[in-house]
Ligand binder design. Structure first.
Ligand SMILES: *[C@@H]1O[C@H](CO)[C@@H](O)[C@H](O)[C@H]1NC(C)=O
Ligand SMILES: *[C@@H]1O[C@H](CO)[C@@H](O)[C@H](O)[C@H]1NC(C)=O
Ligand SMILES: *[C@@H]1O[C@H](CO)[C@@H](O)[C@H](O)[C@H]1NC(C)=O
Ligand SMILES: *[C@@H]1O[C@H](CO)[C@@H](O)[C@H](O)[C@H]1NC(C)=O
Ligand SMILES: *[C@@H]1O[C@H](CO)[C@@H](O)[C@H](O)[C@H]1NC(C)=O
Ligand SMILES: *[C@@H]1O[C@H](CO)[C@@H](O)[C@H](O)[C@H]1NC(C)=O
Length: 297
């Protein structure tokens, strides 16, 4: 286990319970990181500007952006790949292959394409593809988009569930998109304990801090975390900043931006709600619970 908690600049505590039951008999993950972010000037608790290089927009017209992956089934042999194309639906195809698994046999998965409106914001085209029947403990490459601007990423599947398999989880919550957020993410990525999967404790973009919950800040956050979330699974939990319940804006349905952008493998767990689910991943049985899931109902 390792822990990297993000900004605690607001008065909001972590508002979601994430139950993690590790097999107590064997743990090769080492001890928790002792990282404690040094005090930054107040300036660095402000959000990075929309045009910051931390929110890098990939070149090319309508290139896939905000790429992120999460576990797609109960045991870790499926992956949900998600991405957004800003101006047109574009290709819904994910090409994927493993060099460990008989060379370059390229396989294909198809994504669903959706979009949503929030107040006067209209999202880009949001793609989710479920890649299944993967081998455990295997590195896969995947490619999104077309032509010279196609983008290639990779991930490593976890070992088969069991008590005696080494695996390392990072814990990140309340990340937001300030200068401090950027140093927190950099710290996680550079940590020699080498977290293999992030257990995300809720409160992602903090877009709801902006007037009209400016959903452009959901897009900047998606681009910000891509540098990690496209390469390793982030296991999602919601916090109060995902609720986005704003009847005064004509938005009486909770979780609209989050639900369109972040999918979870709740059905594989026999759950009926995406905010409540469980997965096995390596040595851990992870139970995700969301204190806000009945909000507004
Ligand atoms: C954190 O751990 C590192 C490596 O074990 C050690 O060098 C450092 O002194 C520790 N820092 C604190 C504040 O405990
Ligand atoms: C804010 O953080 C950045 C990067 O972490 C650092 O380079 C910069 O000096 C900080 N700004 C201030 C005003 O301290
Ligand atoms: C790789 O190819 C060999 C020979 O064709 C086959 O026996 C084996 O099952 C293949 N392995 C995988 C993981 O597809
Ligand atoms: C949404 O409305 C606000 C307030 O009128 C305005 O400042 C903003 O530019 C609008 N955004 C879009 C995308 O129309
Ligand atoms: C964000 O962090 C990365 C990695 O440390 C760094 O290269 C970049 O300069 C940072 N950007 C800002 C705006 O602080
Ligand atoms: C992905 O596919 C696997 C295998 O068919 C299935 O168990 C799982 O529920 C699917 N996940 C999603 C999110 O559709």
């Amino acid at each position: 286990m390792m822990g990297v908690l993000g900004s605690s600049s607001s008065s909001l505590a972590i508002t979601v319970v994430l139950g993690l039951i590790l097999n107590a008999a064997v743990s090769y993950g080492g001890t928790s990181s002792n990282y404690s972010r040094t005090a930054f000037p107040t300036y660095n608790n402000t959000d990075m500007p929309v045009d910051s290089e931390a929110f890098y927009v990939p070149p090319g017209i309508n290139s896939p952006q905000q790429v992120h992956i999460t576990q797609g089934d109960h045991v870790g042999t499926a992956i949900i790949v998600s991405w957004i194309t800003p101006t047109a639906p574009g290709s819904n195809i994910v090409l994927y292959w493993s060099t460990q698994e008989n060379g370059t046999k390229i396989q294909l998965a198809e994504a669903t394409i959706g979009a949503y409106r929030y107040y006067n914001y209209t999202s880009g085209f949001i793609h989710h593809a479920n890649i299944s029947n993967l081998q455990f403990n295997t590195k896969y490459y995947y490619q999104l988009g077309e032509g010279q601007y196609a983008r290639t990423f990779w991930f490593v599947t976890p070992p088969a569930p069991g008590p005696d398999v080494p695996y390392t989880f990072g814990l990140i919550g309340d990340l937001g998109q300030t200068y401090n957020s950027n140093s927190t993410l950099a710290h996680y990525q550079l940590d020699p304990l080498n977290g293999q999967t992030v257990l995300y404790l809720g409160d992602l973009s903090y877009a709801d801090n902006y007037p009209f919950h400016d959903n452009v800040r959901w897009d900047t956050w998606g681009r910000f975390v891509e540098r990690s979330a496209a390469y390793q699974t982030w296991i999602w939990t919601v916090g109060n900043h995902e609720v986005d319940w704003a009847p005064e804006l004509g938005e009486p349905v909770p979780f609209v931006p989050y639900s369109h952008r972040y999918h979870t493998p709740y059905e594989a767990a026999g759950s009926t709600a995406p905010f409540w689910y469980s997965i096995k991943r390596g040595p851990a049985y992870i139970i995700v619970m969301a204190a806000y899931s009945a909000f507004g109902n």
